[in-house]
Design a binder for this molecule. Structure first.
Ligand code: DGY
Length: 324
């Protein structure tokens, strides 16, 4: 392998702008899935970068002896075995910042849909029921006088907080460590946060540390007026416990953009009237996804040109480009 080779692997489904730019700026190798069996021995040794929109396992990483960088499409990178990559000195990047406002906008929309039933009201109008049945029923829930708790006050959480502050709502939060740069009340535990608010917005990253963190006890603490909004990763929510709490009205409603086993949504949630469901679209506008695609390719270009990565994930900030 020559160090000047700029060979980038495109495994599985890839955003069209990522594909277009990688094919124009690097030597691109496309394979149907992140499966080392799909690349021959000689080619495996030439791969220096991966543009990833799919899971990247330790085995796949180990099958590529000269891999230097995995550029993940998305701010969430739980599908990449980052600890293994970091151990091998392989850089992992993600796409923060460029999507924060879009995701925060969507979160506010989902919250309003959940409380004020706008999708159902539109379906009612389109079905001609305004004419036949009269006005859509008044919604039992409203955003007015709510207290919001944000689980995960990172870049996106903060963008959500700022928006809801402008709606006149008090904001509380729970993170592992208290932020010194905000005045919102911090809660040392998620259950403490849930007990203090009636609207819980979950925006933490996925992975083992947050697996099923929103469980039956947290929902119980949120209470019968409680509304849960989830826009981080589905793995953070105990979905059967949520469906049971919604069915028994132990919480009032939920709005979900993410699910544990996408694109499969549990039938128990689909069947409930008090849940608003979106197909993981929080960042899914053309312009925001293009900005994410550009950041994926700009990270690959920087690294393969011998410059530092633009947006390394925290586990990889210590990886020294110059030391390679
Ligand atoms: C992300 O960036 O992680 C969002 O979930 C969009 O995929």
């Amino acid at each position: 392998m020559s160090g000047s080779d700029r060979v980038v692997l495109l495994p599985g489904k890839v955003h069209p702008r990522v594909r277009e730019r990688v094919e124009a700026e690097f030597e691109a190798i496309s394979i149907g899935a992140a499966d080392a069996g799909l690349i021959n021995e000689e080619t495996r040794g030439r791969v220096r970068g991966i543009a990833a929109m799919t899971g990247i396992t330790a085995d796949f990483i180990d099958a590529l002896p000269n891999l230097e960088i995995i550029a993940n499409f998305g701010v969430g990178y739980d599908a990449v075995d980052t600890h293994h990559a970091a151990k091998r000195g392989i850089m992992v990047t993600n796409t923060p910042d460029v999507l924060s406002d879009e995701v925060a906008d969507t979160t506010v929309g989902l919250l309003l849909n959940t409380l004020r039933e706008f999708p159902k009201a539109e379906a009612y109008l389109r079905a001609g029921r305004w004419v036949t049945d009269g006005a859509y029923p008044l919604t039992p829930l409203t955003l007015r006088n709510r207290t919001v708790g944000i689980f995960g006050l990172g870049r996106i959480g903060l963008a959500i907080a700022r928006r809801l502050e402008a709606f006149g709502l008090p904001i509380h939060y729970h993170t592992r460590t208290e932020r010194k740069d905000v005045d919102y009340p911090w809660h040392t535990s998620l259950i403490g946060l849930a007990a203090a608010v009636d609207t819980l917005i979950v925006v933490v990253p996925g992975g083992a540390a947050t697996e099923k963190a929103v469980n039956a006890d947290v929902l119980e603490a949120l209470g019968p007026q409680g509304v849960l909004i989830s826009v981080g990763r589905g793995s953070t929510i105990d979905e059967p416990a949520l469906a049971a709490a919604l069915a028994d009205r132990r919480i009032a409603a939920a709005g979900l953009d993410v699910f544990a086993d996408e694109p499969n949504v549990p039938q128990a949630l689909m069947d409930l009237p008090n849940v608003s469901l979106l197909p993981h679209v929080a960042s899914a506008s053309v312009s925001t996804r293009n900005a994410m695609a550009d950041l994926v390719v700009d990270n690959l270009a920087a690294w393969l040109d011998g410059r530092p990565a633009l947006t390394p994930v925290p586990e990889c900030t210590g990886i020294d480009r110059a030391a390679r």
